[in-house]
Design a protein around this ligand. Structure first.
Ligand code: HAM
Length: 417
């Protein structure tokens, strides 16, 4: 037997049902906010992620799936969705002459060569949104609240938005200098990765998982003390807007995010009990320019769908998503089976979930099958009645039976389910 690759999993059973449920809710939901669907390739030029996500990030240094194709091109399976959407906006000149924001959402698989564990896979799915040509904190508030309300709509209640700001370039330069000065005497106490990050990406030391409980990190300087007036004013405005929108948020200065493109506001949606990050995002005003596009501020976030599925399973249990068939059509001989198939088509075209006996089951087994599918009605065919144009319908709960004209089945069922 050939096994699935490490860190991947088959989407089956309840997980598959919840995936479709999320997908369907998202589609309707994004229309309300006037976001357009976009799909970009699963593989892109490797350079896109090196320049986009950042040379020194964990993702680019340790986690990408890189390959050379038969035409000698350096390609990478996308580790996240933002860089590809930015590339598409630039390449297709989607920004055109627009005055207003460009709003996109996507759904798809991402690939990171991470150490597999609960909630961390090598192939995983994200749903994300990206808004371009948008500088006002109103858009940050819209995007943050969109994700917040979407999780609630899906049935997840117990989470909080962990919010931080990385400020502008001056803020980050001043803060990074202060952080390095503070950390220098403690370098030996940090994990080996953080010792490297000290030179390459010191901000990431703050949210290091290995050093989470290290006392050194408990007393690091606070970025809020280094914000320029402009950065502070923007953050204050955003907090006001989130309060107006009734969003549960808390300031969490450990949120610095693992990708290099962020500036100003960053946030994560974190579950209250297990502290799991269901999604995260932020503003990235320089990425479009870095990837050779126009100077265009942007903001976005992505949910990890696999983690959202796990959270929904914890909340809902398995009962909510079992298939409850509306009608099971019972047939034994060839004539009955042909009619069963035709009646099933009529019902299915009228949005009635219908199942038939396609496996030559005995009548007794068909009754059992109908019960296991939780069928509400049984349509019981027999040749004698069919010749008179009649069919029997049995309510599988009350056990009441009626005999009606075959031509009235659809109307009868629609009137009774
Ligand atoms: P990210 O924080 O790297 O951000 O990923 C977003 C979410 O994807 C995480 O919060 C998590 O739920 C999920 N995720 C990440 N890695 C894994 C994994 N190995 N297995 C399962 N789930 C995972 C981004 O990807 C940014 N592109 C978000 C963004 C959009 N920022 C601006 N626009």
């Amino acid at each position: 037997m050939i096994a699935k690759p490490k860190g991947t999993y088959d989407l089956i059973g309840l997980d598959a049902k919840l995936y479709n449920y999320i997908y369907n809710v998202v589609q309707g939901y994004m229309d309300n906010y006037n976001y357009e669907f976009i799909r970009t390739p699963i593989f892109e030029a490797s350079e896109l992620f090196h320049r986009g996500v950042g040379e020194t990030t964990d993702i680019v240094t340790k986690e990408t799936y890189d390959f050379i194709d038969r035409g000698e091109r350096n390609l990478t399976l996308r580790p996240e969705g933002t860089a590809g959407v930015v590339r598409s906006v630039i390449e297709n000149k989607l920004y055109g002459n627009q005055n207003g924001p460009l709003k996109y959402y996507y759904f798809g698989t991402m690939y990171r060569y991470e150490r597999p564990q609960a909630g961390r896979y090598r192939e995983f799915s994200q749903m994300g949104v990206e808004v371009f040509n948008a500088n006002d904190p109103m858009i940050d508030a819209e995007v943050i609240s969109l994700g917040y309300n979407l999780l609630k709509e899906l049935g997840i209640e117990k989470f909080t938005v962990h919010l931080n700001t990385l400020g502008d370039l001056t803020t980050r330069q001043n803060y990074t200098a202060a952080l390095k000065k503070y950390l220098k005497p403690h370098l030996a106490e940090l994990c080996p990765d953080c010792q490297k990050r000290y030179e390459t990406n010191p901000l990431r030391i703050i949210d290091c998982k290995a050093d989470k409980d290290n006392d050194v990190l408990k007393n690091v300087p606070k970025i809020s003390d280094y914000l320029t007036d402009e950065s502070k004013a923007l953050f204050t405005k955003l907090k006001e807007l989130l309060t107006i929108l009734d969003i549960d948020y808390e300031i969490d200065e450990r949120i610095v995010r693992g990708l290099d493109y962020y500036d100003y506001n960053v946030w994560e949606y974190v579950t209250d009990d297990a502290n799991i990050s269901l999604g995260g995002g932020g503003r990235y005003n320089n990425l479009v320019k870095t990837l050779d596009g126009p100077d265009m501020p942007a903001v976005g976030f992505a949910f990890g769908i696999d983690r959202v599925i796990t959270e929904l399973k914890n909340i809902l249990g398995s009962q909510e998503f079992t298939n409850n068939v509306d009608v099971y059509i019972m047939s034994v001989n060839d004539e009955e089976k042909m009619q069963a198939l035709r009646i099933a088509q009529d019902l299915r075209l009228n949005n009635v979930m219908t199942e038939i006996n396609s496996n030559n089951l005995s009548l007794k087994s068909q009754f059992k099958m109908a019960d296991s599918l939780k069928a509400k009605f049984l349509v019981i065919l027999n040749s004698d009645d069919l010749q008179k144009g009649l069919v029997n319908i049995k309510d599988n709960v009350t056990k009441e039976e009626v005999k009606i004209d075959e031509g009235e089945i659809v109307d009868w069922i629609l009137g009774n389910i």
